[in-house]
Design a protein around this ligand. Structure first.
Ligand code: ADP
Ligand code: MG
Length: 240
């Protein structure tokens, strides 16, 4: 589903991604972890061209990310993204947030978009909030709306960038539960997260980043119990 071959990126002079090679299969759930500043966000943002890579190849569902705007458009339709800070439109209701993309980008009929949005809001356990504005919801509820909004575009892949990092502890579980259900439904997911319980239980694979490189790729069991690399060990000793 996603193939990265020797991907490099610089911010000005700063070499942030130093040759990332990995591939993610359809239906796979991958957790990306690593120290702050190691390039995790940059990596997943290059997958839907929120950041441009300067060298190497990224291919999503058979489409290569090049400067061709048609390809960028096609890939963005395939890839849903959920951010730490939710990024909902504050002046639109929950329902409007979820139907906006389907109506304006997918040209779906309004009634159909509403019906589908309500199904998704129901799936993330928040249908009764449909007419509220984001500011009237808790962080956990807003993040579940953000997940429903991404799913409304019927993506083939979902990217999550620390979706629970801005949440109070009691709201983390409700968001992780939605992500777990999504994983069980067969969605291909790449999740940057520090939630190691989630990683252990739900991930098929862990990708550990340090200083712009993939240092270790492993099964959760091996990564947590018997990491191959010294830097992984050090990281785990600091967070667990
Ligand atoms: P992580 O998500 O692992 O914390 P990031 O991908 O956000 O790491 O950042 C990796 C490095 O790139 C950091 O040193 C950060 O300061 C730098 N960086 C991130 N975004 C930019 C940017 N837009 N311009 C310049 N440097 C950036
Ligand atoms: Mg980050």
């Amino acid at each position: 589903m996603i193939q990265c071959e020797d991907v490099h990126k610089w911010y000005g002079e700063f070499h942030v991604l130093k040759g990332i090679t990995t591939s993610i299969r359809r239906g796979e759930v991958v957790v990306v972890c690593g120290p702050s500043g190691s390039g995790k966000s940059t990596f997943i943002r290059t997958i839907n061209r929120l950041e441009e890579h300067q060298q190497g190849r990224i291919i999503v569902d058979g489409i290569e990310l090049t400067n061709d705007l048609r390809n960028i458009d096609a890939i963005r339709r395939e890839v849903g993204m959920v951010f730490q800070q939710f990024n909902l439109f504050p002046h639109l209701t929950v329902l409007q947030n979820v139907t906006l993309g389907p109506i304006h980008v997918k040209k779906m009929k309004k009634v159909e978009a509403i019906e589908r949005a309500m199904e998704l809001l129901n799936r993330v356990g928040i249908a009764e909030q449909a007419e509220k504005y984001p500011g009237q919801l808790s962080g956990g509820q807003q993040q579940r709306v953000a997940i429903a909004r991404a799913l409304a575009m019927s993506p083939a892949v979902m990217l999550f960038d620390e979706p629970t990092s801005a949440l109070d502890p009691e709201m983390i579980k409700e968001v992780l539960d939605v992500m777990r259900e999504l994983a069980q439904s067969g969605m291909t997911m790449v999740c940057v997260t520090h939630e190691m319980g989630f990683a252990r239980e739900v991930a098929d694979r862990i990708i550990f980043f340090d200083r712009g490189k993939i240092v270790e790729e492993n099964t959760p069991y091996e990564f947590f119990n018997n990491p191959r690399e010294e830097r992984s060990r050090l990281f785990l000793s600091q967070i667990l």
